[in-house]
Design a protein around this ligand. Structure first.
Ligand SMILES: C[S@@+](CC[C@H](N)C(=O)[O-])C[C@H]1O[C@@H](n2cnc3c(N)ncnc32)[C@H](O)[C@@H]1O
Length: 251
């Protein structure tokens, strides 16, 4: 029976890879790497570097799979995501059927952890539901960008007995409730904190956390919000892409 391992590799630092993940990496015969295009070339190369650094044998192969284009601003965002997942499922299904031997072990390196804003688990379930190719699979946890951000700012995410909300820039723009005291924001291409009453929040922001290009800015939102916007725009222009996350803490 074919087996697939979905391995969380952490959020950018090669040493985020856990001992459990190293064990899993060493079981893999074929790594399926989704090629996200030239602007994400650094992300693909971190994946290859992780294989080279931690896999102790040379019997593995890397199979690259093209990533279907996704319409991010489509009015029907959910159905755009559904279409994209279906296309990705078909591409991966074809690669598994064509490249992974019947008793082989395939590996998918998942950025951060598979449980957080990642489609790999859903795509794999979709392939199984299609019924064209059979396999067993396991998920191996990784360090999320949220944990990496908190560690670099040396802050806990919650306050005593408190709650933490994890959301997206898109949802943040719909507004917060007074119950939202500590809010982690991911997938925000628009600095959506701009819409908040700045004097009510502190912000702990990080871009490329864990990588050599890491940028960290923290403090009262009213004081550092503008600096974050400028740093973000500069870094994005210089590198061509950016990944940033932040915690908003109600004062
Ligand atoms: C598709 S989600 C993937 C999240 C990932 N599964 C995790 O566990 O962190 C991508 C978002 O994660 C955040 N992110 C991932 N890596 C990051 C990093 N190294 N620094 C800052 N934010 C990061 C950004 O908010 C980015 O928009």
């Amino acid at each position: 029976m074919r087996r697939l391992l979905l391995i969380g590799i952490g959020a950018g630092h090669p040493e985020h890879v856990t001992v459990q993940a190293v064990g899993a990496l060493n079981r893999v015969d074929v790594f399926f790497v989704i090629d996200k295009g030239l602007d994400k070339v650094d992300l693909t190369s971190l994946r290859t570097e992780i294989c080279a650094r931690y896999v102790e044998h040379d019997r593995y192969r890397i199979v690259e799979i093209g990533d279907p284009p996704r319409e991010r601003e489509a009015p029907a965002y959910r159905s755009a995501v559904e279409d994209w997942r279906e296309q990705r499922a078909q591409l991966l299904e074809r690669a598994i059927a064509g490249e992974l031997p019947e008793d082989g072990c395939g590996g998918l390196l998942v950025w951060g952890d598979p449980s957080l804003y990642d489609s790999t688990l859903a795509v794999v379930e979709r392939i199984l539901a299609r019924g064209e190719v059979a396999f067993e699979y396991e998920a191996i946890p990784g360090i999320t960008s949220v944990q990496a951000l908190a560690a670099r700012h040396r802050i806990p995410l919650n306050r005593v007995g408190g709650e933490v909300r994890i959301t997206t820039g898109r949802r943040l723009r719909e507004g917060l409730t007074p119950a939202d005291e500590d809010v982690v924001v991911m997938l925000d291409s628009e600095c959506s904190f701009k819409g908040l009453p700045a004097e009510e929040f502190d912000i702990y922001w990080g871009a490329y956390v864990g990588t050599p290009e890491e940028i960290l800015i923290g403090g009262p939102l009213a004081e550092v919000g503008g600096r974050i916007e400028q740093a973000r725009a500069r870094a994005r222009a210089a590198k061509g892409w950016i990944m940033d996350t932040y915690l908003l803490r109600r004062r």
